[in-house]
Design a protein around this ligand. Sequence first.
Ligand SMILES: [Zn+2]
Length: 114
Amino acid sequence: MHEVSIAQGMLDFAIDYCEKNGHKSIELIKVKIGRAAGVVPDSLQFAFEALKTGTIAEKAVLTIDEIPVSGICNSCGKNFTVDEKFVIVCPLCGSMSFKVETGRELNIVEMEVD
Ligand SMILES: [Zn+2]
């Protein structure tokens, strides 16, 4: 389950940031995760809850924003958004030539610290 190493990486980053800036606790961590990032939000949440125990992030709440997969088609030139985790063909014209623009994000977008 690689969500564990992702959660650990986020925690390490947040804790390191707080230590360098003199903050004593973390209240909230908000992340954006693209549907195509290959991360299961529930698993990430679960891993985070387990890993934060005993750290300055012990009381922190993790909120996860899921970003849908979207792209632009090279054939019809239109933007599209899909419900699936990946795109095989442009949903508008069926072309296999397109560029995925969102859906691979895996970022901390906001932190509340004390
Ligand atoms: Zn198209």
